[in-house]
Design a protein around this ligand. Sequence first.
Ligand code: C2E
Ligand code: MG
Ligand code: MG
Length: 409
Amino acid sequence: MGDKTLVVIDDDDLVGQLVVEAAQQVGFAARAVQDFEALKIQVDTAEPDVMVLDLVLPNVDGIQVLRYLADRGCKAKIWLLSGFDPKVVQTAERLGVSLGLNIVGALNKPVSVTTLKEELRKQLRESGDFSAHDLEQAIADDHLFVHYQPKVRLAGERIAETDSDVLTLTVDDTPFEVMGFEALARWRNPHGALVSPVKFIPVAESSRMIEQLTQSVFRQVIEALSQWKARGVRLNVAVNISPSTLADLDLPDRLADKAGALGVSPDQMILEITENSAVTEDPHFMDVLSRFRLKGFGLSLDDFGTGFSSLIQIYRMPFTELKIDRSFVSEMDQNEEAFTIVRSIVDLGHNLGMKVCAEGVETRASANTLMTLGCDYAQGFYFSRPVALPDIMRRIGTASALDVSRRIS
Ligand code: C2E
Ligand code: MG
Ligand code: MG
């Protein structure tokens, strides 16, 4: 592997040198530039792997820089350097993402060398390019595993049938009923770093590995459900399904058989399909979805609000739940439009006979707003980050209070 390259642009030479030194110590080939023209040359000739951008430059604004990078199809991981106003950086971050740039975060000035080095080391570890073959090996070696993020009930009747069945999660002294979890795939790469599914799912999808990956996640989830059942707890788990997997007409039968073999009922499983992938005229797609429903699986429309489904498509498809995309949820307390969208999705879901779950709930204020709107379920860092199975098992084993603290993991 050749050295990874880093370019920093800052009109303050001292900041540039500081970033370069930190990057070199970590193992990057690094260079600083002070103006836009010099940056353009670097982008075109060196194709940097990582860029650190100061958005406030003389003669050019940061937005123009981001647009330039997007036009050049820049693939670098980009850090934004924030001066005084975090709002400007947030807006730029959002714009960069919407332009298709790989914005990884913002660094506050004055830049802490320790933080910078830590972040850059992380980038190096994670950027270990991997192939579908590496992923295949990871699945075979059990390096691909599942974390579980609790989904709590905000409104409606209690789900658990008896008192002893209720699992609660207490946050800021308020107990919430845990109705289940979302299963999220995780990969520990050979360097010991956790690779995000945002990176490896596309690789799995573009090879045939996604089928094996889905099977592996399913197997782990069914085993977890059966272990919980042995301890007298009946929960459900949502599993993310890639659209390419849905071309497999036998999938509903195979999954139902697998679940049945361990005494798990399909109605304990919800399949999540992103809104974008659900907008298809493929007749097989509808066939597979309908058969999943007939076998008792729940079906959830994930990241709802970001795709282009029409009302008639939602109405025709056998979904049981809408999951509001976290981009609206995270902004609804500051932004009137985001709030209106969340409220409209809750009403739409209910009017079409579906449950509605909000994802990305990070604050008490958001949880309160969602309760006022009558949103059925919620998921997010405010309640708990995704946690490893043993953490859940320990708590299920000891008491009926599932105290997965928000601070775990
Ligand atoms: P998703 O299905 O929309 O999952 C929710 C993502 O939001 C998860 O990211 C979760 O960790 C994150 N999240 C949850 N609460 C919060 C919060 O309060 N704030 C913020 N900022 N984020 C929150 P993760 O685990 O990185 O997964 C990303 C995506 O990868 C998932 O989005 C899903 O589309 C895909 N994915 C994950 N596991 C699988 C899998 O087994 N199969 C397939 N096909 N896709 C998967
Ligand atoms: Mg999901
Ligand atoms: Mg989602």
